[in-house]
Design a protein around this ligand. Structure first.
Ligand code: SAH
Length: 367
């Protein structure tokens, strides 16, 4: 092989690995072998890829590296939910969460360090946006979780509901899904993947044309433009009505529906009138509603409604034949629940100190 620039194979789709091999004078078919080792067997040391010839094994490290996030911390909730603090090559920290037995095994992945969306009730929003994750960093979370949880070869679901807004990091997110979906790697079916978004409209329209089409969840949270402007500020740019129109046009398979997530804030958006407005808004959309009673956290200026208020809201939807579920919060005791993922900026303090702060962060209040 002739030497070229060293590439990170974790970032590459199979065809890209094949093209680079070919350009370097090696047969393309070795690409599949390398891809399988990395993604199916979690082997990143070329020397251990035993079905490759000795010469190729020796040559590969000058062409490719394979980067993997480092586990910097891990916390297990009483309900089995496990939050992983992962360190990226540049020192930035992200969180990925394993949620067992839902009844499937679910990996909740981050797509950005921080988030730019500024949702009023979300802790990640407090970080602001630090940077996008690369495709390899998104896929790397799955590789790390499979290894750490001894789940290689087992089935799992993916929800893009960790830190970040996936449609604000469109290209890397879609590339990651193509790598995860490749039949020569983990072969994750798009039916097992759910992308959750506040509704970045141009990106949502693009998603509608993708060959690899994950399930869609829309973070709606409000039934009026005026209130959604305040709770989900991107609404000022891409309003509620336009978002719902885009949902109406979104191509769905026969059995598929769009999930509408609705965070419930006590006395703010949880009244019977809100529920009735929601029924009307969703008219004509193949929808199901997932109610998310607020996971409270220090610094979040809202309260979690009583179970009674949540149930009354749910009952109104159900009475109007809207499928509704209430998300039982997982991992609240370790701040791994929705909207509770937050890491400190890498600039804040020395790594050891930073980690200690994170792992001892005050517990979320329980209700
Ligand atoms: N940015 C994407 C995915 C991340 S969050 C999105 O907004 O859809 C996944 C879900 O958790 C979103 O619906 C988000 O609004 C919700 N969420 C954020 N903060 C929350 C909190 N404190 N309690 C409950 N749900 C919250």
């Amino acid at each position: 092989m002739t030497t070229a620039l060293r590439l990170d194979a974790a970032e590459l789709e199979l065809h890209e690995i094949e093209e680079h091999l070919e350009a370097a004078g090696a047969p393309r078919f070795h690409g599949r072998q390398i891809f399988q080792w990395v993604h199916r067997k979690d082997i990143t040391d070329f020397g251990a890829m035993t079905d490759l010839g000795r010469e190729l094994r020796a040559a590969l490290p000058s062409h490719f590296s394979v980067s993997t996030p480092i586990v910097a911390g891990r916390e297990r909730s009483t309900d089995g939910t496990t939050k992983f603090l992962l360190q990226l090559a540049d020192g930035n920290l992200i969180e990925s969460v394993f949620i067992p037995d839902t009844p499937s095994q679910t990996f909740c992945l981050s797509t950005q360090v921080g988030c730019a969306m500024k949702c009023a009730f979300c802790l990640t929003a407090r970080m602001g946006i630090v940077r996008n994750l690369s495709a390899g960093e998104i896929v790397g979370q799955v590789r790390v979780l499979l290894r750490e949880l001894h789940m290689l070869g087992q089935r799992f679901n993916i929800v893009l509901m960790g830190m970040g807004e996936p449609l604000h990091n469109y290209d890397a997110t879609m590339k990651a899904l193509r790598i995860l979906g490749d039949e020569h790697g983990l072969a994750v079916s798009p039916r097992r993947v759910t992308l959750s978004t506040v509704g970045v409209l141009p990106a949502l329209e693009r998603l509608a044309t993708e060959p690899y089409m994950p399930n869609l969840a829309i973070s709606l949270h409000s039934t009026t433009e005026e209130q959604r402007d305040r709770l989900v500020p991107i609404n000022r740019k891409y309003g509620l009505q336009d978002l719902l129109d885009a949902c109406r046009r979104f191509p769905l398979t026969r059995r598929n529906r769009i999930t509408f997530e609705y965070v419930m804030l006590d006395q703010v958006n949880d009244t019977p009138e809100d529920a009735r407005r929601l029924v009307k808004l969703l008219h004509g959309i193949k929808a199901k509603v997932n109610l998310l009673p607020l996971n409270a956290a220090p610094g979040i200026p809202f309260d979690r409604p009583s179970d009674e208020r949540v149930n009354r809201f749910a009952a109104i939807l159900a009475d109007h034949h809207v499928t509704v579920s209430v998300r039982r919060s997982r991992g609240r005791d370790i701040r791994a629940a929705c909207g509770q993922l937050i890491t400190e900026s890498t600039r804040a303090s020395a790594p050891g100190q930073r980690l200690a702060t994170l792992m001892q962060a005050p517990k979320a209040s329980h209700r």
